[in-house]
Design a protein around this ligand. Structure first.
Ligand SMILES: CC(C)(COP(=O)(O)OP(=O)(O)OC[C@H]1O[C@@H](n2cnc3c(N)ncnc32)[C@H](O)[C@@H]1OP(=O)(O)O)[C@@H](O)C(=O)NCCC(=O)NCCS
Length: 331
């Protein structure tokens, strides 16, 4: 069985910085509230005309450069987003078109905040039977265009943001290195606790003026419930994937958790008994970019030397669905 390993990573965020004070001018909130409840100091939101596929393209070029590869070297794209540029087709083909590569397949993954971990599992499985040799895995999101920036939407508008992260995978030549395993779960009982109701094919038309007036096209979240489940599920899943791959917490060089909220990250750290040097947080600067948080954080860690060849790294995510999961990688 061939294992996949990371050959290169990259990320891209919009130039436009939105501070907490900027948000206080749009809604009844404050820098103090946002910092203490979420840890976020600023985030990036797109300007008109910027697209999720465009951010994914920029992130991909950096990941390819880091891997020493060209777009034409890619055999397949696995693209995770909960915020595609269009209802159909998915963003994979738009990225393929921007990359100017041949007729390579693309697989679109939804799975929201857990999108990158799920995309990685699909990509990694394709190496087991040697289906592909170079697979691009992307998490890219534009949340800002779907946020209610009035006081009504303040519990989500201050958290979610835009960005993209990419990783190029190739076969591992070394038995010990590569993606070692996954732990994946879902529980649709909680589907409406973090969701976007419309547009939806169950409605005819898929979105009505009344629905828009009621704000049903905005991201909606039961923050307390998401928090309650996230702080249990992520530690549980990290323990499970470590045990399944024959490791313990002490073996971990670094845990890269989905950047949902700094308080959630701190509770995960405490639940797992991790030292400060075993975790990485960057939500202060980017907010919650859904499927992009993990690949953005991974790229920062690789470029700053927090992750080096041979390190044992765990990834974990939780989000809308609810869907959650973890992966263990010998880098
Ligand atoms: C959203 C979140 C920060 C809210 O924090 P909280 O402590 O649970 O706060 P509550 O939702 O109970 O709201 C407390 C009060 O703050 C208010 N509030 C909510 N958002 C606010 C904002 N941006 N600014 C100021 N006040 C705000 C609420 O209206 C509420 O006021 P009330 O008591 O008068 O009704 C928190 O629930 C959270 O982080 N949840 C998880 C979110 C997450 O990670 N989502 C992504 C998962 S992938």
């Amino acid at each position: 069985m061939t294992r996949a390993r990371f050959l290169g990573t990259g990320f891209a965020v919009p130039d436009r910085v939105v501070t907490n004070d900027d948000l206080s001018r749009l809604m009844d909130t404050s820098d103090e509230w946002i910092r203490t409840r979420t840890g976020i100091q600023e985030r990036r939101w797109v300007r008109e005309g910027e697209t999720g596929a465009g951010l994914a393209h920029a992130a991909t070029l950096r990941a390819l450069e880091a891997a020493g590869l060209m777009p034409g070297d890619l055999d397949a794209i696995v693209y995770a987003t909960s915020t595609p540029d269009h209802f159909a087709p998915g963003n994979g083909v738009y990225l393929q078109r921007l990359l100017g590569v041949g007729t390579i397949p693309s697989i679109d993954i939804r799975n929201q905040c857990s999108g990158f971990v799920y995309a990685l599992s699909v990509a990694a499985a394709s190496f087991h039977n040697k289906q592909f040799r170079r697979v691009l895995v992307v998490g890219s999101e534009i949340q800002s265009t779907g946020l209610d920036v009035s006081t009504r939407g303040r519990n989500t508008a201050v958290i979610f943001a835009d960005g993209a992260g990419a990783a190029v995978l190739g076969p591992s030549e070394d038995d010990a290195r590569g993606i070692l395993g996954f732990d994946l779960h879902g529980d649709g009982v909680h589907a409406e606790k973090l969701w976007v109701d419309v547009p939806g094919s169950m409605y005819h038309p898929r979105v009505s003026h009344e629905q828009i007036e009621a704000g049903r096209h905005f991201l909606e979240m039961d923050g307390k419930e998401v928090f309650r489940h996230a702080v249990v599920r992520m530690p549980e899943s990290v323990r499970a994937v470590l045990a399944a791959t024959g490791h313990t917490i002490a073996d971990l060089k670094l845990l890269v958790a989905h950047q949902a909220n700094l308080r959630i990250a701190e509770m995960i750290q405490k639940a797992l008994g991790l030292r400060d040097d075993q975790i990485y947080n960057n939500i202060m600067w980017y907010g919650n970019t859904t499927a992009a948080t993990i690949p953005i954080a991974l790229d920062e860690c690789v470029r700053t030397g927090r992750i080096k060849a041979g390190d044992l790294v765990a990834l974990t995510a939780f989000g809308s669905g609810f869907l959650w999961g973890s992966a263990v990688v010998r880098w």
